[in-house]
Design a protein around this ligand. Structure first.
Ligand code: PLP
Length: 379
C-alpha cells in the first residue's frame, strides 16, 4: 500500500491550524460527569425557545418536502427582509448560519497575501476562517473590553481587505454607538469592506445603538451580519444572513453555495420575522431579569464579572478556566471556557432561566468553598 504523502499535500496554514472540538452530546456527558441533567450555558442560546409562529411553521412543515431542494437563494425570506428593512431583496444573502457568510465574504475579497483586521478578543470565527483560508488575521487589542478604533486603523495596511467589528461584542457585551461607528466608517473612506456583526442586535437596549441597516445607504462598503440563532432561537436549524449595498452583495453572491440553507430553516425564519415584536419584548424582559439576579449573586460570591448588551456574561474565576469548566460540569452546568477567546481564567455564561442560574450560582459557590479562603488553585 502506498503511504499517503500528507506532508506534501497539506498547506502550511492548515498544518498549523487546530480543529475546533465541539462538546459531546448530553447523553455522553451525563455519563462522563455522572450528573442527571446538564444546563447548557455555553452558546448564548435563547432559553425561551423560538417564537410561537416559528414553532408552528416547523410543526406544519410537510415531511415529503424533504425530498426536494429548498429555494436556492432563500427567495421568500429575502423578500420579507427587504420589506422589513426598506431595502431590495438582492441586498440580502442567506447562509447556513451567520458563520457561513463569514466565509463567503473572505473568499470574495481576499487573495494571496491579503489580510483581515479585527479585535483580539471577539468572536473567534473571523480569525479562524481567515487563517484556515490562508489569510493573516491582524488583531487589535480591546481597550476597556471594547473594540478600539485607533488600534483597528493602525493594523490596516495595503493588503487589508476586510475589517470585522462585532457590535455588541461577543463576549464582552461592549457596544459602539451611532457616532462612533459613523466616525469609523468615515475614516475608512470606503477603502476596505467593513463587516459589522450584529448577531445580538435584537437584544440591545441602549438607545444609542446604531441602525446598521440604515447606514448601508451611506456606506456601500458596509456589510451587516444577522442571525436567527440567538434572539429567534433557531440555532439548531442554522440560518443567518448578510445585508449590504447591491454592488457589494452581487460580488459576495459569487462565492456562496446555493442550497446551503435548508427548507425548514427558511420557513421557520420567515415565520419568526412575522411575529418578532412580542417575542423580542418577552426575551428582553427575560434577559433583563436574569441579569439582575446574576449581578447580585456573582457579586455576592466576590467574583469579578463583565456584563453589557446581549444575553451573556463573563465571570472571572480564581483558577484556570479549563479546570473551572470541568468542576462546573461535575455539577451539571456547562459554561464556555474563554482561553480560546484570549481570556484565560474567565468563563462566559448564557443568561438563562431561574433554575439554571441557581444551579450555576450554587456550583460556583461550592467550587469557591472547596478552594478555601484565599487559596488560589494553579491551573
Ligand atoms: C452566534 C454568533 C454568530 C453565528 O451565528 P450562526 O449560528 O452561525 O448564525 C455570529 N456572530 C456572533 C458574534 C455570534 O455570537
Amino acid at each position: 500500500m502506498n503511504s499517503l504523502p500528507l506532508d506534501l499535500l497539506v498547506p502550511p496554514h492548515i498544518k498549523r491550524f487546530q480543529a475546533y472540538i465541539p462538546s459531546k452530546p448530553d447523553e455522553e456527558l451525563k455519563k462522563i460527569y455522572r450528573v442527571p441533567r446538564i444546563f447548557r450555558l455555553n452558546n448564548n442560546e435563547n432559553l425561551l425557545g423560538p417564537p410561537p409562529a416559528a414553532l408552528q411553521a416547523i410543526r406544519e412543515f410537510p415531511p415529503p418536502r424533504a425530498a426536494f431542494y429548498p429555494s436556492g437563494d432563500a427567495y421568500r425570506l429575502r423578500c420579507k427582509l427587504a420589506e422589513r428593512f426598506g431595502m431590495h431583496p438582492d441586498q440580502f444573502l442567506a447562509g447556513n448560519g451567520a458563520n457561513e457568510v463569514i466565509g463567503f465574504v473572505i473568499k470574495a475579497f481576499c487573495r494571496n497575501g491579503d489580510n483581515i483586521v479585527t479585535a483580539d478578543k471577539t468572536f473567534a470565527v473571523y480569525e479562524w476562517v481567515a487563517e484556515f483560508s490562508g489569510f493573516e488575521a491582524r488583531l487589535a487589542p480591546l481597550v476597556d473590553f471594547g473594540f478600539d478604533e485607533e488600534g483597528m486603523l493602525g493594523k490596516i495596511d495595503a493588503h487589508t481587505k476586510i475589517l470585522f467589528l462585532c457590535n455588541p461584542n461577543n463576549p464582552t457585551g461592549s457596544m459602539w454607538n451611532r457616532e462612533r461607528l459613523r466616525r469609523f466608517l468615515e475614516r475608512i473612506r470606503g477603502r476596505q469592506i467593513v463587516v459589522v456583526d450584529e448577531a445580538y442586535a435584537e437584544f440591545v437596549e441602549d438607545p444609542g445603538y446604531p441602525d446598521g441597516m440604515a447606514l448601508i445607504r451611506e456606506y456601500p462598503n458596509l456589510l451587516i451580519f444577522r442571525t436567527f440563532s440567538k434572539m429567534f432561537a433557531l440555532a439548531g436549524l442554522r440560518i443567518g444572513y448578510l445585508a449590504g449595498s447591491k454592488e457589494v452583495v452581487d460580488i459576495v453572491r459569487r462565492t456562496c453555495v446555493a442550497y446551503s440553507v435548508n427548507s425548514l430553516a427558511q420557513v421557520a425564519a420567515l415565520a419568526a420575522l412575522e411575529e418578532s415584536r412580542e417575542h423580542v419584548a418577552r426575551t428582553r424582559e427575560f434577559v433583563r431579569q436574569g441579569k439582575v439576579f446574576l449581578k447580585k449573586e456573582i457579586a455576592a460570591l466576590g467574583l469579578p464579572y463583565v456584563l453589557g448588551e446581549g444575553n451573556f456574561m463573563m465571570i472571572k474565576m480564581p483558577m484556570n478556566d479549563a479546570l473551572a469548566y470541568r468542576k462546573l460540569m461535575t455539577r451539571g452546568v456547562m459554561v464556555r471556557s474563554m482561553t480560546a477567546f484570549r481570556f484565560p481564567d474567565w468563563i462566559r455564561i448564557t443568561i438563562s432561566h431561574r433554575e439554571a442560574q441557581e444551579a450555576l450560582v450554587e456550583a460556583l459557590g461550592k467550587m469557591l468553598t472547596a478552594l478555601g479562603p484565599g487559596i488560589e488553585e494553579a491551573g
